[in-house]
Write a protein that binds this ligand. Sequence first.
Ligand SMILES: [Zn+2]
Length: 190
Amino acid sequence: MPSNPLLHFITKVINLEDIKVINYDFITNDEIVIEVENKLKVGQCPQCGNTTDKIHQNHWYTVRDIPLSDYQVLLKVNRRQLRCTRCRPVFSESLDFIKTRRTYTKRLAMKVIKEVLETNVESAAIRNRMTASEVETLLKEQEADLLKEKPLQLKKLGIDEITQLKGGKNYAAVLVDLETRKPITLLEKR
Ligand SMILES: [Zn+2]
């Protein structure tokens, strides 16, 4: 187990809210696996709102994150399953930096979308060690998530037409957050 000051340092560097690093491992000379878990001991039951720290079981899985210097980063995440003491179901805790069932962090998704807009799908794939089809899947998932999660907020978003999106020929528009001017996702041509 690495020393606490070192883990504390990496926790600072990866800069994910309420997340602490508990271990790390250089798996190749330019790829690092960082084990993280939630700093918060309790989670909130999505059914009744009760908070609980009763762990049903740990559930470890790996997602890709944005690079750290020259290192590609894989986060080994523990999304704990907790048991509500009031209504008794088991639920998975929510983690702000990653959506359920996704294999990449939210900030990596934003990075890939930005790079697709600036270059093309192929370049974005190479920069992030993904295949072009993985990038396409990411774009489709981002679009699906956005339409599912924020149907009411979509009115607040602007749709900027992209006249020429090199390499992303299936994508015709990008949703932009009107307040931050940041692209949120690409929309497939219909
Ligand atoms: Zn409950």
